[in-house]
Design a protein around this ligand. Structure first.
Ligand SMILES: C=C(O[C@@H]1C=C(C(=O)O)C=C[C@H]1O)C(=O)O
Length: 453
């Protein structure tokens, strides 16, 4: 029952203004409308638990999806906390309606749960399929009306084609100027102290690289329309995935893992210089400095090695780009390495995320020592920042990026919504605290500009 949508809708305009569920880059991506299922995970096994739960759901699902394109069929979008001990929840969210675009084509998928073992299902429904959660999907055009899209619809209800809903009218966007949080302490001074301490630990041996981050915070008015910052991110950061999952909003340039039809790819970033749009010559100089700096190359190698080591057991024919290349983003230059491989076994994208997280790009080297140092030197819980955000389908294919250039937006309360942005950088032997601070300023720019008035 699959036909292309007659129109290719603007995904962001279809997103919920207050709780957007979105994954997009250029003319590709998907938007979720409503929610059929939400799974929560926490602790050291959060990604593995999610991978296992998703396998069970996918195995039990009845899927009617002849399109089988990225963004059709049964899909969950997810966000996973950076740290094993984070108080932030990791979630997988299955939308009720999923609208996907791939270049000039678009589809709508309706996902209904026929029964769920979460206490809300009736005995009859559980008895019907026996184990776990059963989810049925149908992918179709949105030309008909009268969709049976209630939460209890499913195989028992007569199936009609899901309709493309109208976009919500524009809500307000007063914006916010994000700033270092000021609760008496001086967070910038604390960050600089942390960088010095990290450099001392590296000099003392045992750890070679520690990624330290800092935060900016603010509050947006209740009812602010989050499609505004999302549109800015998607319009400006064309080489990034713009995402919104459970209040985590951002545009990341770093692909942790992409798995489609047995092909695997990743993009490793480490090494950064601010862009200089005011002068072509100064900008080229920044790029060349990055390309020729032994320190940056060294830092980059750590990140590539951590991905190669973690990925190797799961793939065949692992190849990397010969030399790191300069990735040009509107705010920064990054040293980048692309990796490609064939899937060596039946690992799902989430199982690969579990194997890879945390990479040296966001933790350091060696991983355990760097993660322990972060817990001691950063005076906050990173939450989902520098964790993984992305989507997975019923085949186990998916795309996951490192949650960078992002902010966590809190619940929509009468007093407003908190916004917490985080950015960091790798500290290695010889790192200069003032330079590192400037680098975080550059990395905050996508978010500070997107959330501005
Ligand atoms: C940690 C961040 O970025 C990471 C760190 C980089 C670096 O140290 O040069 C570069 C890209 C990312 O892998 C961030 O954006 O917050």
């Amino acid at each position: 029952m699959t036909r292309p949508l007659a129109e290719t809708p603007d995904l962001i305009s279809l997103a919920d203004p207050s709780e957007p569920l979105l994954w997009t880059r250029g003319d590709r991506g998907c938007v979720g409308i409503g929610e059929t299922l939400r799974l929560h995970f926490s602790g050291p096994t959060r990604i593995r638990d999610a991978a296992r739960a998703w396998r069970a759901i996918a195995a039990a699902a009845e899927i009617d999806d002849p399109v089988r394109m990225p963004g059709t069929g049964l899909i969950a979008l997810g966000t996973f906390a950076f740290d094993d001990d984070s108080t932030a929840e990791s979630v997988l969210i299955v939308p009720r309606l999923l609208v996907a675009r791939h270049r000039g084509s678009a589809w709508i998928t309706e996902i209904a749960h026929t029964d769920v073992l979460d206490g809300s299902a009736t005995t009859t429904e559980i008895a019907h399929t026996g184990t776990g959660t059963s989810t049925s999907t149908s992918t179709s055009t949105g030309t008909s009306t009268g969709s049976d899209s209630g939460p209890d619809s499913g195989e028992h209800a007569p199936r009609t084609e899901p309709a493309l809903p109208d976009a919500a009218p524009h809500g307000p966007w007063p914006g916010v100027a994000l700033s270092p949080s000021a609760d008496g302490a001086d967070p910038v001074a604390a960050y600089l102290t942390g960088v010095n301490e990290a450099a001392d630990r590296i000099a003392a041996g045992g750890v070679e690289k520690i990624v330290l981050a800092r935060q900016l915070t603010g509050r947006i008015d209740p009812g602010s329309d989050l499609r505004f910052p999302l549109t800015r991110l998607a319009d400006r950061y064309l080489d990034c995935w713009t995402f919104a999952v459970d209040g985590l909003i951002g545009a990341s340039p770093e692909t942790l893992i992409r798995a489609t039809d047995g092909a695997v790819s990743a993009r490793v970033l480490a090494g950064t210089r601010a862009r200089h749009p005011e002068s072509e010559q100064r900008d080229a100089q920044a790029r060349d400095e990055l390309l020729t700096s032994a320190k940056e190359q060294h830092e980059h190698d750590f990140a590539v090695q951590s991905v190669v080591t973690a990925l190797s057991p799961h793939v065949r024919d692992l190849r990397t780009s010969e030399e790191p290349f300069p990735l040009q983003l509107p705010n920064v230059w990054h040293l980048a390495t692309d990796l490609g491989a064939s899937l060596g076994e039946q690992s799902s994208a989430l199982e690969l995320v579990d194997a890879l997280h945390p990479t040296a790009a966001v933790a350091g080297t060696p991983t355990a020592g760097a993660v322990a140092a972060i817990a001691e030197l950063e005076p906050f819980d990173r939450g989902r920042y520098s964790g993984a955000v992305g989507w997975i389908d019923a085949e186990g294919d998916g795309e996951w990026v490192i949650a960078l250039r992002c902010a966590q937006v809190g619940p929509d309360l009468p007093e407003g919504r908190t916004v917490t942005a985080s950015a960091g950088g790798g500290i290695v032997a010889g790192s200069d605290p003032a330079h590192e601070l400037g680098e975080t300023d550059s990395k905050f720019r996508p978010i500070t500009e997107a959330f501005a008035r």
